[in-house]
Design a protein around this ligand. Structure first.
Ligand code: ZN
Ligand code: ZN
Length: 183
């Protein structure tokens, strides 16, 4: 699987490199490249009343980008603002099941958000878990009932911290099959 990793608006460049290194350790036959030019944050994604951005509106922009860029089979957008999805107060990320676009937000993954001291290994681990989770969805993997599996739904940061940075055997097989079918 060829993954492009891109900032949407201003994301932290170091995190893109951490993701580039981390993702091929989880997914078989996978290479990642950092796309240097950030995607612009779509103005219409901003919800004034909520003071948050609509993740689906941003995901649509990433999908348009990946459709035009034949170099990548999947594109992961990384954003450093608070995002929400319909029916949810906030989300850590979003992706279309079996789509090509995935998005994660770093906003609520930073220990500082929870008034804890900054800790880059914890921050990075959370970001890689959420990225694996969203990319897993693009490979057709749905939410897993096992709370240690990275495909378990994270309702809060506690869930993210509890799950491992790995797919359970069943989810892994499904992801690996989808990757081999990408050709
Ligand atoms: Zn999910
Ligand atoms: Zn699983």
């Amino acid at each position: 699987m060829k993954i492009g990793i891109v900032s949407v608006g201003q994301a932290t460049p170091n995190m893109l490199i951490e993701l580039q290194e981390g993702l091929p350790k989880i997914f078989p036959e996978t290479t990642c490249s950092v796309i240097q030019e950030p995607l612009p944050l779509p103005d219409q994604a901003f919800d004034k009343k909520r003071n948050q951005f609509n993740s689906s509106a941003i995901l649509d922009k990433i999908q348009v980008f990946v459709t035009k860029n034949k170099d990548y089979q999947r594109v992961l957008g990384v954003i450093n603002i608070d995002i929400f999805a319909s029916g949810l107060n906030y989300v850590f990320g979003e992706a279309y099941v079996s789509g090509q676009a995935a998005l994660i937000s770093l906003w609520r993954l930073k220990p500082e958000f929870y008034s804890e001291t900054s800790n880059s290994p914890i921050f990075t681990l959370r970001a890689v878990k959420e990225a694996v989770h969203e990319l897993g969805h693009t490979l057709g993997v749905r939410h897993c009932s096992k709370n240690f599996c990275v495909m378990h739904f994270s309702n809060s940061i506690f869930d993210t911290d509890k799950k491992q940075n790995l797919l359970c055997d069943q989810c892994y097989l499904q992801a690996a099959l989808a990757i081999s079918n990408l050709g």
